[in-house]
Design a protein around this ligand. Structure first.
Ligand code: GCU
Length: 606
């Protein structure tokens, strides 16, 4: 196993002073559990000082000491000079991982094996692996772990009932690492307990949730809260009763309030039964239409969790307008570490460059938390592809400090994990930082998304979603491609603040990589660099394939230890195959429609 924390756990810097720091760091587990039970919201901030004799002293709350110790150890192992005294506090209060694990042991959109928490309908885990996972999360600065799928199937619907003792035992394992559990709940659950409705304004329903919260918090006093997917892709929710999502979320928030818990309410609500003939409905508009008018009506322990883009974790989407517009509501931005649309942890896809773009668009204090769909599973290396672990680690660094430099974050991970000689480390880091753009080049072009194999979401199928129910259309014909989302088109752009609207409204000023997200354009449209749109599509695809080949060659020269070396080689072979399929199929698709030749005369199959 080559996770970064192998090295982290192995050593404590020589100068770390006893007992305030080392003793804490080694985790006097019993003491820490007691302290955290008394005060679960102790500060994460820390300060590191150095005394005249060269020893380090850590100051902070319990979790602060933990984060400070990891920071110091990381710096020591990476040969980094921390400017002392060094103080740090996280930007976001809840730094969450959402596991989409089912109790049968499967993981929805999981690419690293089976669940780490469940098997055959039971809570089932290796305590040792849980402790490793706790360290893994804490060392990256992450502090909330939602263990079950947002689509809450039987028997996970009974997690807060029959399985509550299991949940309490699991929470005990994570507590020493400052990691609080969270549970996804089913909105209609009261109906399984003799109540004829799940209407959030019904008194019996409200009382049921209050009793449930009381029972749950008696067993797990520091549970971070409930995560809810309601009225989304078939899940039950308040709409059934003519109520809105503030009614639903506030009802849960009221039940959680006495215990300091949060109702984390997802905003992934859209019509997933759309008729492709319907040109009025435009899926990216949906979240805004359901939530923006409710700004200011949510309880203060409700967090609206909003996917970063208005669709669904495509390679390139603009920032969701909800993240910019809801100023009176607590928000969390939802990212996806699981590589659902980004290569299934087979293809390389380092996410921090994308996240930096997203965080760069966010106004300073608009969101208070971040969540990411987990890329973890019970594979020996936890993330399937050993290099996919960079996403978990750097997500943690970014959730702590969104100003972190991507190259620095990736370097820190690479050094902790592999400790290559400088030149090879440099090769690995610059390669990882390129992967997102390379993947983007050989897959769906210029922000259009959705040209993937339906349901599975790996590999190309340019019209797989074209006549489907999911609202994900590109409408390519022989002359043009894309959907006009400007004011004159579907009006989606009207949901943005003015300066963004102005930037995207005109295809001449719209950044190239977003062109087909916002506009419908002819293949002969002249881009800023003088190329036609179709030529840019061909060029990107050929380049993406060539760059993948170059990455494969560079990777093969790096001294990865076994078993990583074999896994990386095997997955790179599959990526090469995938990149070629994407390149040829997308180019052929557009050539057949447009009849326009590649100016450079490269092979496009007819
Ligand atoms: C996507 C994904 C689903 C998931 C959903 C969600 O649609 O494909 O598997 O359930 O997002 O975020 O709830």
């Amino acid at each position: 196993m080559s996770l970064w924390l192998n090295k982290l756990s192995a050593s404590v810097p020589a100068g770390l002073k006893q007992p305030a720091d080392t003793a804490r760091f080694e985790l006097d587990q019993a003491g820490l559990i007691a302290d955290l039970k008394e005060n679960p919201s102790m500060g994460d901030a820390y300060r590191i000082e150095q005394t005249a004799d060269g020893a380090f002293t850590l100051f902070g709350g319990q979790t602060g000491l933990l984060y400070g110790a990891y920071r110091l150890i990381t710096a020591t192992l990476c040969g980094e000079q921390l400017p002392l005294p060094y103080a740090s506090a996280p930007k976001y209060a809840l730094r969450m991982i959402n596991c989409w694990d089912n109790m049968d042991g499967s993981v929805e959109r999981g690419y690293a094996g089976q669940s780490l928490f469940f098997e055959d309908g039971r809570v089932m885990y290796s305590p040792e692996r849980m402790r490793t996972l706790g360290r893994l999360l804490a060392s990256a600065g992450l502090n909330v772990l939602c263990i079950n799928n947002v689509n809450v199937h039987e028997p996970a619907q009974r997690l807060l009932e029959d399985y509550l003792p299991d949940l309490a035992a699991l929470a005990d394992l994570f507590r020493p690492f400052g990691v609080r559990l969270m549970v996804s709940v089913d909105f209609s659950r009261p109906m399984c307990h003799g109540i004829p409705t799940a209407d959030p304004l019904d008194q019996a329903v409200r009382a049921w949730w209050k009793e449930t919260a009381a029972r749950v918090y008696a067993a797990v006093p520091d549970l971070a809260g409930f995560l809810v997917k309601a009225d989304s892709e078939g899940r039950p929710g308040p709409f059934t009763y003519g109520r809105n999502h503030a009614d639903g979320a506030n009802m849960l928030a009221e039940a959680l309030k006495p215990y300091g818990g949060y109702a984390v309410w997802r905003c992934f609500v859209y019509n997933c039964r759309q008729d492709w003939r319907d040109t009025k409905t435009d899926r990216p508009k949906a979240a805004w239409e359901h939530y923006a008018y409710l700004d200011g009506s949510f309880a203060d322990n409700v967090i609206l969790q909003v996917k970063h883009g208005p669709f669904d974790f495509q390679v390139r989407e603009p920032l969701s307008p909800l993240l910019l517009g809801m100023k009176k509501t607590k928000l969390a931005m939802e990212l996806q570490l699981a590589q659902e649309y980004t290569g299934h942890q087979i293809d390389l896809y380092t996410m921090i460059p994308m996240w930096k773009e997203l965080f760069g668009e966010l106004p300073a204090d608009n969101i208070m938390s971040v969540a990411a769909v987990s890329n973890l599973g019970n594979d020996e290396n936890y993330t399937g592809h050993p290099l996919a672990a960079v996403n978990l680690f750097t997500y943690g660094l970014l959730a702590w400090d969104p100003a972190v430099d991507p190259a620095e974050a990736v370097t820190r991970w690479a050094r902790l994990t592999y400790a290559f000689p400088p030149k090879q480390e440099q090769t690995l880091v610059s390669l990882l930082l390129k992967t997102r753009r390379v993947y983007e080049k050989y897959t769906a072009p210029l922000g259009i998304g959705w040209m993937v194999t339906p349901h599975d979401h790996y590999g190309p199928n340019p019209s797989g979603y074209e006549y489907d129910l999911w609202g994900t259309y590109h409408k390519a014909n022989r002359d043009a491609v894309g959907i006009d989302r400007t004011h004159a088109g579907t009006g989606y752009l009207d949901q943005y603040p003015e300066e963004i609207r102005i930037r995207y409204e005109n295809p001449e000023t719209c950044p190239d990589l977003y062109l087909l997200f916002f506009h419908r354009l002819p293949y002969t449209f002249r881009m800023k660099d003088g190329r036609t749109l179709i030529q840019r599509i061909y060029d990107d695809h050929f380049e993406g394939l060539e760059e993948t080949r170059a990455m494969a060659a560079a990777l093969s020269g790096l001294p990865f230890p076994e078993p990583d070396a074999s896994v990386i080689r095997g997955r790179m072979d599959r990526q090469l195959y995938n990149a070629r399929e994407w390149c040829d199929i997308i180019n052929t698709f557009f050539f057949r429609l447009s009849g326009i030749q590649d100016e450079k005369g490269r092979t496009i199959y007819e």
